[in-house]
Design a protein around this ligand. Structure first.
Ligand SMILES: [Zn+2]
Length: 476
């Protein structure tokens, strides 16, 4: 006989298991502990709520020590105080979660204990700190932490690193300290504190795809605020196994409000758009686009399949930014400027192309090589890199740098951020010739068209530490 709890996890954790997680590890209890001083700050609340959000998407037994201070960050669920917000979001994500409040931490056998603040036991497994755009994960108490109350990207980054630590500790894997600033791509001892605390102001934005990376982007964008009109296009509906990594999606969205499949799931576009009050278009891009030819200032290709990357590469846009996760524990940011970089379709081949009948074989109930297995902090990290690039336009490090691809390695075991460069590809059949792009852009000029000027591309061979990567599978 299968219990409600078992049935929920059997369906919810399909992608998590494909990524190598084990049920035993996910069952081991973890502790998230926040001290009152940090809990009272906006940055502390950003880090706390994001960490609880990610943890509830994989871990099944979570203990919280979180003060009930007034809520000043933006919660996904209505709540008056931080503790209620954390409990509310954890239960909305996972209605069958085993949640322990104010546990006796000495008497419990936690596999991973993480702390945010200074008034904490010195025996925890991991500690978080943030200063401006810098997020810090440490494995021993941090001497002189800042817990900068005004931090935005640093608090968000610390939450991502903290979620990595909890998951790895749960699986008996080593955790290494890490320092990252996603705005200027600095890491380790050289990591800077440059931050962006204002709204994301890039004009009207078309987001194609409402999956894990798109919802992560919108989760962080919600905290920062946005300007302009945002349109979210995705023809899919929310499924329970998407809730393991889509940061704005709840079990109720997937039709499992009480841990059982009792209601009609909603469109993915709606779960994503809701985060920032965007317009949801529950249609596939190839069906939607012919009826919506008006341009946006920026187009973000955040979907797999249905040849979306090819279709968007062919539009004639001056700039395409997107992010992916890979099967190798990386979160990746990609830039594509015509004549400077390769195109999105050349960089990442479209998945789910129609296959020859002879190659499909017998029907397999579980997708044999699902391209979209990922973990919540990988998607959250990819969305955060993209949010950082957008927040900082037009001064974004991602824009002018000859590097056009950044791989964030969330195993934390090697080089944290790897810069890569892909030059324009000879024989690319996706990018429009320059005169065609100019004709397209001049029909309705938009905010970033000036970026499509003919510039001298810096000689990539002069760069040090920049590799041309080998291909591996990506997921938006
Ligand atoms: Zn191409």
């Amino acid at each position: 006989m299968t219990s409600r709890r078992d049935a929920f996890y059997a369906e919810r954790d399909r992608r998590t298991r494909q990524y190598g997680a084990t049920a035993d590890a996910l069952e081991r209890p973890i502790l998230i502990m926040v001290d009152p001083e940090v809990a009272a700050t906006r940055a502390g609340q950003i880090a706390t709520l994001a960490l609880v959000n990610m943890a509830a998407r994989v871990h099944r037994r979570i203990a919280l020590i979180i003060p009930g201070v007034p809520l000043i960050a933006r919660s996904l669920v209505p709540a008056a105080d931080l503790q209620s917000a954390a409990i509310g979001i954890a239960r909305a994500i996972n209605p069958v979660l085993d949640l322990y409040l104010e546990p006796n931490i000495e008497g419990c056998d936690f596999v991973a204990r993480i702390g945010l603040g200074t008034e904490l036991p010195s025996s925890l497994d991991a500690y978080l700190d943030w200063h401006g755009g810098l997020g810090v994960l440490a494995t021993s108490p941090i001497p002189g932490p800042t817990h900068d109350p005004a931090s935005r990207f640093g608090a968000a980054t610390a939450a991502v690193l903290g979620a990595v630590a909890l998951f790895r500790l749960g699986h008996g894997q080593a955790v290494h300290p890490a320092r990252l600033n996603p705005l200027d791509f600095t890491t380790g001892a050289a990591a800077g504190t440059r931050d962006h605390t204002g709204p994301i102001d890039v004009g009207d934005v078309l987001v194609v795809g409402a999956g894990a990376v798109a919802t992560a982007l919108l989760y962080w964008a919600r905290e920062l605020g946005t300007s302009g009109g945002w349109d979210i296009v995705d023809g899919d509906i929310a499924k329970l196994h998407n809730t393991n990594r889509c940061l704005t999606m709840t079990a109720a969205d997937a039709g499992w409000p009480n841990g059982e499949p009792t209601t009609t799931p909603v469109a993915k576009a709606a779960t994503a758009a809701r985060a920032i009050g965007a317009r949801a278009h529950p249609q596939w891009y190839d069906h939607w686009q012919p009826q919506h030819e008006a341009r946006h200032d920026l187009v973000l290709p955040l979907a797999n399949g249905r040849s979306v990357r090819t279709l968007i590469a062919q539009r004639g846009e001056p700039l395409l930014l997107h992010a992916t996760t890979s099967s190798n524990w990386t979160a990746e940011l990609h830039r594509h400027r015509p004549d400077h970089d390769d195109c999105p379709a050349c960089r990442i081949r479209d998945t789910a192309r129609p296959q020859m009948t002879c190659s499909t074989g017998p029907a397999v109930p579980e997708e044999p090589d699902s391209p979209d297995a990922a973990l919540p902090f990988l998607s959250a990290g990819a969305g955060l890199l993209l949010a950082a690039a957008l927040a900082d336009l037009p001064a974004a490090a991602a824009l002018e740098h000859p590097v056009n691809h950044w791989q964030l390695d969330l195993t934390l075991t090697g080089r944290l951020l790897r810069p890569l460069r892909h030059p324009p590809r000879d024989g690319c059949r996706h990018i429009q010739p320059r005169r065609v792009r100019q004709a397209f852009q001049s029909t309705e000029s938009r905010r970033w068209d000036h970026l499509d000027r003919y510039g001298v591309v810096q000689d990539a061979t002069a760069l040090t530490g920049v590799d041309v990567p080998e291909g591996h599978r990506h997921e938006a």
